[in-house]
Every structure is written in structure tokens, then in C-alpha cells.
Design a protein around this ligand. Sequence first.
Ligand SMILES: Cc1ncc(COP(=O)(O)O)c(C=O)c1O
Length: 399
Amino acid sequence: MTAQWNFDQIIDRADTGSMKWEPVVLNAKFGPKSQNLQPLWVADMDFYSPPCVRKAMQERLDHGIYGYTIHDSGYDRAMIDWYRRRHNWEIDPSWIMTSPGVVPAVNYMVQRFSSPGDHVLIQSPVYYPFAASITANGRRVCDNPLVCNNSRYEMDFKDLEKKTQDPRVKLAILCSPHNPVGRVWTREELTAFGDICIGNNVLVIADEIHCDLIMPGHVHTSFAGISQDFAKNSITAVAPSKTFNLAGLSQSSLIIPNPVIRRDMGIFFETLGVGAKGSGTLFGIVAAKAAWQDGEPWLEALIQYLYANFLYLKDRVESKLPGVKVFDLEGTYLPWIDLNPLGLSPENIVDVVEKKAGLALDHGNWFGTNGAGFERINIACPRPMLEKAVTALIGAFKA
Ligand SMILES: Cc1ncc(COP(=O)(O)O)c(C=O)c1O
């Protein structure tokens, strides 16, 4: 908590259509009668968005005319300044397109840059809409599973080299930082990844939606900022939605330095009827601009709060449930917990989490078979809510 922003404040989200809290969604996702589970699953935060965002939206609301809206040069400028200042990445305005979200954008890119039957590479355990975007579009998942060395997930470059040599692999989706294992990939790791993809003619989709949520001691490297070659062989998807809690505003950007790929994407956008530069939403654009211009102090305070939440979680769970591993959180607000050392089956673990602890968490096997027996917990909530959940989790497994 800071004097200025009270992240400890508990805000009632009932009847706001919140996917995370809505009983109907909990019942559908976690089974009948799950409406009372405490939700720490889908990745949005139980905090207010920064005051600068709410003020800008209020002013725009008060204007009273909500006509067709473009992402204007003000949006581009705010975004360019943000990525230069925070990530040392120089984006040219001509590279920017907009999309209603990163997940829709990933689906568009799969459709545009691969053909039915082609293979798309992902690195499990990973954000499950990636696999869904591949299979829903009639492509096949090519998995390059992460490996866990000394309690730290790493990329398996030997396997990556082998898999990308298959000419059917046309695309690789990079999750950077990685949801759910919490890694912030180093420049060296990204360079090795990018070199292998270029060497095998595999186009990289870099999903960097979590790039602002970097915990102390770590630095995010923008994949396309590493070299001109990487810039030319990639499309980066970014959004202010995780950073500033704006997911319901459906606003994201695609950064496409390669003019040929950009032209292809523009033609594809036209087939969707959204204009060659893609589409945004009025309030998404207003909120993003305000957040990038004035949201930095709020973000700094948020990161401190999230990191303190993480340290609390790790300390409590590891000391009370010996053997259980809470992986170090380098980025995101989604710690990854290995409950397998408790000796229960993955099904039993899910059962204890839901039925005994009363928690709605993202179950590890949703992210890939190698996630079985793991749980992903969303710690972007006021400390009292986290304390309640952690106490319930520990109590349930101790029992
Ligand atoms: C890696 C990753 N990509 C994309 C998204 C969602 O993006 P959007 O809401 O813009 O579709 C999430 C949300 O958790 C995510 O973790």
C-alpha cells in the first residue's frame, strides 16, 4: 500500500459482469455448485485502474459523442514513448496496428501466416488459448516443452532445433514473459530462440502482454528489439490490459516491422472488415493513452505490492507445506505452484483445491499435460483476500 494508492482496499465486483467472479462462469468452468469458490484464476486484478485512466475515461464519457474512433497519432506517440522509456525499444509509428485483444490477434496471425494442416510451435506449460487458437483453426500443435532445471524453467533448444526443422512448422508463439511459469527470458535465451526460428524459416509471434509486470531484479527484453533480423521475422503483440487492469476494454497492438508481413496483415484485416490498420475501441484507446502517459508511478507501486504478495505466498506455502514448490516469480502476477511432492494424484489435487480449500485457481493441466499437479494462482488482489486464500489452501492440504 502507498499513501496514494490503496491496493489493500477490497472492491465488490459482484454484478459487474466480471468473468473472474460471475457465478455462472465459475459453475461452467469449475463444475456445478462452484459459484462460491474464491476466484484467483483468470488474469485480471481486483484493484482499481490508475486514477489517470479513470479521469481520462470520465472526461471522454462526458464529451457525449462516441463515434467511430481511430488509434490516432497521440495513441501511437504514447505507446512509442512508453516502450522506449520502459523497454529501450524503438518502435516506428508505421509498424503499429491495433486489435481487439491479444488472443484475437493470435488467432488472426495463425489464420494469416499458416495454412490448415500446418504446425504451430508452443512451449508448454503455456497459456492455453495458444493451443486453442491453433486447433480451432485446423492447425496442429507442435510442442517444445520447457524443461525444469534446478527449480527454474528453461527452453529446450535441442528439441526446438529438431522440431523447427520440420517444414510443416510455420509459426512459433513465444510467451515473453512466460505465463504460467513466471520466467522473464534473458536476452541470451531469446537470441538462441530467435536464431533457431530464423534458421528454420519459422515466423515468431511474440506475445509480450506481461512485459510491464517485471519483478525486482529482472529486466524484460523486447524480442524484436534484439536485432533487425529478429524484428523482420516477428510480430509482437502488446497491450496495456494486464499492466493497468483494462482487459474489458479490448485493446491491444501488433507491432510489425517487416513491411511485407505488415501488408499481408493489413489485407487480412480488410477481409475482416476492420480496416487495414486493424481496429481498436474508443475507451480502449483513451485508457491506453492515459495509462502510458501518466500511469508509471502507479505501476511502480503496483509492482512493489505484487512482489510483497508473492513473497508472502511463497513463504507461507513453502514453510507450511514442506516439499511444495512455489516457483520464483520473475514476471507476471501469476505464480506457479508444484503440489506433486505431496504425493496426491493430479485429480486429487484439483479436488482438494476446489472442494476443500474452496478456491478457483487455474489448474496446471490446462496449460499442458506437463502441468498436471500444478496450480496457477492470481495474486493481483488485496492482501487480505490473498491471506484468506493461502490459509484455506494450506489448511486443505494439511487436512
Ligand atoms: C500470455 C497472454 N496472452 C494474452 C492474454 C489475453 O490477452 P487479451 O485479453 O488481450 O486477449 C493473456 C491473459 O491472461 C495472457 O496471459
